[in-house]
Design a protein around this ligand. Structure first.
Ligand SMILES: Cc1cc2nc3c(=O)[nH]c(=O)nc-3n(C[C@H](O)[C@H](O)[C@H](O)COP(=O)(O)OP(=O)(O)OC[C@H]3O[C@@H](n4cnc5c(N)ncnc54)[C@H](O)[C@@H]3O)c2cc1C
Length: 413
C-alpha cells in the first residue's frame, strides 16, 4: 500500500496532522496500535486553552521546590527511584524556568495559541460535533487573598501583553456562575475565551471520521516497525507493508522512544496525570472546568460524569500507577462540589509529553529525508493539535507558513 505520508500516532496531534495533509491533497495513512484518541488525548481535562500562553514553568523559589520534592504539595508527586533517569530532563526544565526563558516560550507559543480555537471550531462545525463544546470559559479559585491578588496582577499583565481577557470574581460572583461550589473563597478568575469538550475521545473520533470519509486510511500498526526503504519510509501494518515518501512522528509521549531507534535523542518526558469520574449528588451540576489552585486539581463536567484530573507526577513512563494525588485531592474536591460515587474502579493514567521549554517539536527531522515530527504538546495537546498540524502540513507541502516555525525546531536543545 503506497501513500504520500504515513502519520504515526492517532492522538489529537497525529489525527490533526493526517487531516491537514489530506486537505492539501496528500494520500495519507494514519496508523496506531490502538483506536483513535485512546491514550493521552482520551483522559485530559478537555479544555481548548485559548488563553494558555504562559507555560507551566519549573518553580524558582526554594520553598516551593522543596515542598514539591518532598511530595508535600498535591500538584506534584515525585518517584525518587526515577531520579537517575529524570535528572537530565529536570535540570533542563529548571534551566528553562527563568523569567526570561519563560517569556521566550510564551512569545513562541502565542502565534499557536492565537489561532488554536479557530482551527478547532472549523472542524467541529464540519463534523457536526458542536454538542460536545461548551463555550462557558474556565474558572480558577483562590482561598488566600494574597494569592488571588498575585494571580489577578499576572492576569492583567497577560491582558496587556497578549490581549487575554479575564474577569475577577468575588465569592458572590463565583456562586452566580457556579451555584453548587462551596468553600471559603477569597475570589476567583474567570477566563471566558477557552471552550471545553464534554468527551475528548468523541471529538477525536469525529475528526478521524472527517479524515476517513474523505478517503483517508486509519490502519492498525506498530510504529516501531518504521524503517527507511530507499525512497521513503515503511511500516508493517496488520494488513501488510505501508510505504510512503514521508512519515510523521506524532506518538505523543512515545515519540522519544521511536526516535531513539534511529539514534536521535530528544529530551522528552511524560508528566503523568490521573483522572476519575464521579456522579454528582442530588441536582448538583457544574457548567465549566474549575481549577482549585490551592489543591492543584481540576474538576470538569464530562459525558461520563464529573472528571477530576490531577497535577503532574514525575515517574518512569511505564512505572505502575501510584494515584496518591487523586487520593489526596478527592476529599478536597468533595468539599468544593457535591461529588457522589466514583464511576470507575481504577483511575485513568496518562502522560503529558513535555520538552524542557514547554514548546512542541514541529518540523523536519534533520538528516532523515522525509521524516517529520509533531509532538511534545505538554499540557496543551488538545488545544494545539489542529494548529500545530496546520503549521507542519504547510511546511511539508512548501506553503508559506502562518508563523515562523524556527522556535519549534527539533535540534534546538
Ligand atoms: C490529566 C491531564 C489533563 C490534561 N488536560 C488538558 C487540557 O485540558 N487541554 C489540553 O489541551 N491538553 C490537556 N492535556 C494534555 C493533552 O492531553 C496531551 O498534550 C495530548 O493528548 C497529546 O496528544 P498526542 O496526540 O501528542 O498524544 P497521544 O494522545 O498520547 O497520542 C499518541 C498516540 O500514539 C500511539 N502510539 C504510541 N506508541 C505507538 C506505537 N509503538 N505504535 C503505534 N501507535 C503508538 C498511542 O496509542 C496514541 O494513540 C492533559 C493531559 C493530562 C494527562
Amino acid at each position: 500500500m503506497k501513500y504520500d505520508t504515513i502519520v504515526l500516532g492517532a492522538g489529537m496531534v497525529g489525527m490533526s496532522t493526517a487531516l491537514q495533509l489530506q486537505r492539501r491533497g496528500q494520500a495519507v495513512a494514519l496508523i496506531d496500535r490502538r483506536g483513535a484518541a485512546e491514550e493521552t488525548s482520551y483522559g485530559n481535562a478537555g479544555i481548548i486553552q485559548s488563553e494558555a500562553v504562559m507555560p507551566y514553568a519549573f518553580p524558582r523559589d526554594f520553598s516551593t521546590i522543596f515542598a514539591h520534592a518532598l511530595n508535600r504539595r498535591p500538584e506534584a508527586n515525585f518517584h525518587w527511584s526515577a531520579l537517575p533517569e529524570l535528572a537530565p530532563w529536570l535540570y533542563q526544565y529548571w534551566r528553562n524556568g527563568t523569567p526570561e526563558r519563560v517569556m521566550r516560550s510564551a512569545r513562541a507559543a502565542n502565534p499557536l495559541i492565537q489561532e488554536c480555537l479557530a482551527a478547532h471550531m472549523a472542524w467541529i462545525d464540519e463534523a457536526g460535533a458542536g454538542h460536545l463544546v461548551r463555550e462557558t470559559g474556565y474558572m480558577k479559585l483562590f482561598r488566600d487573598p494574597k494569592k488571588l491578588e498575585a494571580a489577578t496582577d499576572a492576569s492583567q499583565k497577560l491582558k496587556d501583553r497578549f490581549d487575554i481577557t479575564f474577569q475577577g470574581l468575588d465569592p458572590n460572583g463565583i456562586s452566580q456562575l457556579e451555584p453548587h461550589l462551596t468553600g471559603d473563597f477569597a475570589g476567583g478568575i474567570h477566563v471566558d475565551q477557552p471552550v471545553s469538550i464534554s468527551d475528548p475521545n468523541a471529538l477525536g473520533n469525529a475528526y478521524v471520521e472527517l479524515f476517513t470519509k474523505a478517503g483517508g486510511e486509519f490502519l492498525t500498526a506498530d510504529a516501531r516497525t518504521l524503517e527507511a526503504n530507499g525512497n521513503g519510509w515503511q511500516v508493517h501494518s496488520v494488513d501488510g507493508a505501508i510505504e510512503a515518501e514521508n512519515a510523521v512522528v506524532a506518538l505523543g509521549p512515545w515519540s522519544g522512544e521511536l526516535l531513539k531507534q534511529i539514534r536521535i535523542k530528544v529530551p522528552l518526558a511524560g508528566k503523568r496525570g490521573y483522572h476519575m469520574h464521579y456522579a454528582a449528588r442530588g441536582n448538583a451540576g457544574l457548567l465549566r472546568p474549575i481549577l482549585d489552585t490551592d489543591n492543584g486539581y481540576v474538576i470538569t463536567p464530562m459525558a461520563a460524569g464529573i472528571r477530576l484530573t490531577t497535577g503532574a507526577e514525575f515517574a518512569r513512563m511505564d512505572a505502575a500507577p501510584t494515584p496518591v494525588q487523586l487520593e489526596r485531592v478527592e476529599p478536597e474536591a468533595r468539599k468544593l462540589f457535591p461529588l457522589g460515587e466514583r464511576v470507575e474502579d481504577e483511575p485513568w493514567l496518562g502522560r503529558r509529553p513535555c520538552l524542557p521549554d514547554m514548546l512542541p517539536v514541529i518540523g523536519a527531522v534533520p538528516g532523515q529525508k522525509g521524516l517529520w515530527a509533531n509532538f511534545g504538546h505538554h499540557h496543551l495537546g488538545v488545544t494545539l493539535g489542529p494548529i500545530t498540524a496546520k503549521l507542519l502540513a504547510e511546511m511539508m507541502t512548501d506553503e508559506a507558513t502562518f508563523t515562523d516555525p524556527a522556535p519549534y525546531r527539533i535540534d534546538r536543545f
